[in-house]
Write a protein that binds this ligand. Structure first.
Ligand code: HEC
Length: 268
């Protein structure tokens, strides 16, 4: 494995043998680490108590994943993720630091403007199915009047059943997006954080404001670009292929949550 080691002339990255955990120890694959103040001083040649001098491995402040646990270790297992509570704590801290950096910004913990709340969206399905007029997601569908149909017009052959199928399929896709939005595993996150922890019911996602210039990305972004940005940053996962079904479903869920809010692209 690689390690940051104190050499004669400061820090060096060297290959060193991987340690073997004792019965009451765990082995962690370090994903990120930093030097604390004492280590920075040690790198300049000072000692810190008994620590320091050439050959010392530094990097006490680290984060990573458990890859091996000694026989006596009870509460940590290889591959173990943070619990929902621990991950919520991390996302709260991330939000707190974002708010410190953006003191003027408001962050709502619920959908404020949306006339269609989440429960209203899910309730829309049975209501629409029972109603005599054709609706998809609560929106009436205008069928072309008989006389206006061209010869061989496919619209002529749609029945009530077709409209119901479309509506059910749309709702299923939105539900799938909701499931992914709430699951760190389906998002491919690595620290147990899911979107709902900071955006309950998709609040503050503002899909109606895209496309717009996004400072983080230094370009005009589509909704999917910001979804990807949050997957990479707070969720610590990999960005998704634009055709990834998960990304498409996330987009569907977020947009469905803002039904009725006027499209206002470019708005900040
Ligand atoms: C730790 C909290 C946190 C988590 C978790 C999180 N986000 Fe965000 N998200 C933010 C913050 C903060 C911003 C605003 C960034 C800015 O404008 O500087 C943001 C912005 C966004 C935006 C753009 C909003 C706008 O007004 O343009 C979208 C869309 C979004 N997030 C989607 C998601 C999705 C999807 C997930 C899950 C994959 C997610 N976020 C996870 C904190 C979070």
């Amino acid at each position: 494995m690689k390690a940051a080691v104190l050499g004669e002339n400061g820090l060096e990255i060297r290959d060193v043998p991987a340690p073997k955990p004792k019965p009451d120890e765990i082995l962690v694959r370090v994903r990120a680490c930093g030097l604390n103040r004492a280590e920075v001083l040690m790198a300049s040649g000072y000692r810190h108590g008994s620590q320091g001098g050439p050959g010392t491995i530094v990097g006490l402040e680290w984060s990573g994943e458990v890859v091996e646990a000694g026989a006596q270790v009870k509460d940590l297992k290889p591959g173990q993720r943070m619990s929902h509570e621990q991950a919520s704590k991390v996302s709260r801290e991330l939000m707190a630091s974002w708010q410190r950096a953006h003191p003027g910004e408001r962050w709502e913990m619920a959908q404020a403007q949306s006339p269609a709340s989440e429960s209203a969206a899910t309730e829309a399905a049975p209501k629409a199915a029972a109603a005599p007029s054709q609706q998809v997601q609560g929106v009436p569908i205008e069928k072309p009047a008989q006389g206006q149909q061209q010869q061989g017009d496919t619209y002529a052959s749609f029945h009530e059943r077709d409209f119901k199928v479309w509506q059910t399929e749309t709702q299923k896709f939105i539900e799938e997006g909701k499931r992914i939005f709430h699951s760190d595993k389906l998002l491919g996150g690595t620290i147990g954080v899911s979107c709902d922890m900071c955006h309950p019911d998709a609040s503050n996602t503002h899909p109606e404001t895209y496309p717009k210039y996004q400072v983080q990305l230094q370009r005009v972004a589509l909704l999917r670009d910001m979804i990807d940005w949050c997957i990479e940053n707070p969720v610590k996962g990999k960005t998704m292929d634009p055709n990834d079904e998960r990304l498409r479903a996330l987009e569907a869920y977020i947009i469905a949550q803002r039904k009725g809010v006027p499209l206002d692209y470019g708005k900040h």
